[in-house]
Design a protein around this ligand. Structure first.
Ligand code: PSV
Ligand code: MN
Length: 406
C-alpha cells in the first residue's frame, strides 16, 4: 500500500494488537441497503421542494441506487415501498436491478396513505378495512417472492390522537390477528421485520410504540419475526444502543433503518447529528458478534442494515452517498475497540479504563484505512468526488422536475 498515512495507521493499530487484515475483511463484507424512496422527492408537511433530476419511476430509482453501489461498493440492494414502487411486471423490475448490479431487498408495504386508513389499517375497528390492509400485506409477501427478496419490512402508522379515542387492547389483538395470517404466508427463508415508532402520525398513542411491543409481537408470531430499529423512532435521550444489545441477546434484532434525528423523526443524513450513537450501536453489534452464544453471534451477523431517509433539501444521491460513508466510518471505528481489553476492564469494574477503551476507538482517524479498503475493492477512494465527476449529475437533469414523490 503506497499511502504513507495508511502505513502509519497500520503500525499504530498493530501496536495495539488490532488485526488490521481482519478489520479490512470485515469492512469489505459490510452491506448497506438504500431505500428507493430516498431517491424521490420528499419534504415535510409544509412543503415538498421539487428537485430537477429526480427519478420518474422505480426503474430510474434503481439507476440511482446503482450508482451509489458502483461508487461505494457496499450497497448492492435497494428496498422498495409498495405502492410507491408498484409495477405491472416485477420480473422486469428485478431484471433491471440485476442488469444494474443490484438486487431488490426489503419489501415495505404502505398502510398509511389511503383514505380508508384514517383510523388505522390492521388495527381499524372496521373489519373490511382490516381485511384490505391484511390483503395488502399478503400482496407484499407475494411481491417479495416475485423479486426473490427474503425480507418484508412492516411499519404501521396506526394510532390515535386523543385519550379515549381507541380501545388499546382491542387494537393490539387486531394487529396480532392480521400479522398471524401474514406470518403464515411467509416462505421458510423469509423474515418479517417489525418496526416501531413512538408517535406520528398518531399524537396520543401508536399501536407499536416501542421495541418492547414489537418484540412481544415477534415472539408471539415465531422465529421468522424480528424487530427493526429505526434510529429516528425514539424519544429524546433514549439509549438506542442498549435496546440493540438487549434485542441481540434475545436473538430478535432483525434490522435497522438508519437515519439521524435532532428532535423527532427528522430523517436526516445518517451520522450527521450524533455519530457517537452510531458508533456505539456498531460496538454493541460487534461485541455480540464475538459472543460465546452461537445464536447471538448469528443474529448479529445477519442484521439487515438499511438506510431510511427522506431528503427534503439535500440533493438525493450525494446525501445517500454521505450516509453510506458515515455508516462505513463508524463501523470501521467500532472494529478498533479492543474487546478482550474492554471485557477485562468491565470485569474489574474499572470505569475509566472501560470508558477509555470504547471512546479512544471512536477518536481514531480511519480515513487512511477506508481509502485502502476502497482501493482493494476497486472503487473510488473518494466516492463523493467520483460522483461529482461521474457525469451522472448532469445526465439526470434530462429527467426534468416533477419526478416521483417518496
Ligand atoms: C416511518 O416513519 C418510516 O420510518 C417507515 O419505515 C416507513 O416505511 C418510512 O418511514 C417511510 O418513509
Ligand atoms: Mn423507518
Amino acid at each position: 500500500m503506497s499511502d504513507r498515512h495508511f502505513a502509519l495507521f497500520e503500525e499504530q493499530q498493530r501496536a495495539r494488537g488490532v488485526d488490521v487484515d481482519r478489520v479490512m475483511a470485515k469492512l469489505k463484507a459490510l452491506r448497506i441497503e438504500t431505500p428507493s424512496w430516498g431517491y424521490g422527492d420528499s419534504g415535510t408537511r409544509f412543503k415538498v421542494f421539487r428537485q430537477t433530476g429526480v427519478p420518474r419511476d422505480p426503474f430510474e430509482k434503481i439507476d440511482d441506487a446503482a450508482i451509489v453501489n458502483r461508487l461505494t461498493g457496499i450497497c448492492p440492494s435497494v428496498a422498495i415501498h409498495i405502492p410507491w414502487d408498484a409495477v405491472d411486471d416485477y420480473a422486469r423490475l428485478q431484471t433491471h436491478a440485476r442488469a444494474s448490479g443490484l438486487r431488490i431487498g426489503a419489501v415495505n408495504p404502505n398502510l398509511f396513505q389511503d383514505d380508508d386508513y384514517v383510523f388505522g389499517s390492521v388495527c381499524n375497528e372496521r373489519p373490511d378495512i382490516r381485511r384490505k390492509a391484511t390483503r395488502h400485506l399478503l400482496e407484499c409477501v407475494d411481491i417479495a417472492r416475485a423479486v426473490e427478496s427474503d425480507v418484508i419490512s412492516l411499519w404501521f402508522a396506526d394510532g390515535s390522537n386523543y385519550p379515549g379515542q381507541a380501545d388499546l387492547r382491542r387494537r393490539k389483538r387486531f394487529m396480532l390477528e392480521s400479522l398471524t395470517e401474514v406470518y403464515g404466508a411467509l416462505d421458510p427463508g423469509m423474515r418479517m421485520l417489525i418496526e416501531y415508532k413512538f408517535f406520528e402520525p398518531g399524537f396520543y398513542h401508536t399501536d407499536l410504540a416501542d421495541w418492547g411491543m414489537a418484540y412481544t409481537l415477534a415472539q408471539r408470531l415465531g422465529p421468522q419475526a424480528e424487530v427493526l430499529v429505526d434510529t429516528g423512532h425514539h424519544a429524546q435521550g433514549t439509549n438506542v444502543e442498549h435496546i440493540v444489545a438487549f434485542l441481540l441477546d434475545e436473538k430478535r434484532l432483525g434490522g435497522f433503518h438508519f437515519n439521524s434525528r435532532k428532535y423527532a423523526d427528522d430523517d436526516l443524513i445518517v451520522g450527521a447529528i450524533n455519530p457517537y450513537e452510531l458508533f456505539l450501536i456498531f460496538h454493541q453489534i460487534l461485541a455480540a458478534s464475538a459472543d460465546e452464544d452461537a445464536g447471538v453471534r448469528q443474529t448479529a451477523d445477519r442484521i439487515a442494515y438499511m438506510i431510511d431517509q427522506s431528503h427534503a433539501v439535500e440533493p438525493k444521491i450525494p446525501a445517500m452517498i454521505r450516509s453510506v460513508l458515515n455508516v462505513q466510518t463508524q463501523y470501521a471505528k467500532a472494529l478498533l475497540v479492543d474487546l478482550p481489553a474492554l471485557s477485562r476492564a468491565q470485569a474489574g469494574q474499572d470505569v475509566m479504563a472501560a470508558e477509555n477503551e470504547v471512546r479512544s476507538a471512536f477518536e481514531f482517524d480511519v480515513s487512511p484505512l477506508l481509502r485502502a479498503v476502497r482501493e482493494e475493492m476497486g472503487v473510488p477512494v473518494d466516492p463523493m468526488a467520483a460522483y461529482r465527476e461521474s457525469g451522472h449529475p448532469e445526465r439526470i437533469m434530462a429527467r426534468g422536475k416533477g419526478g416521483a414523490s417518496w
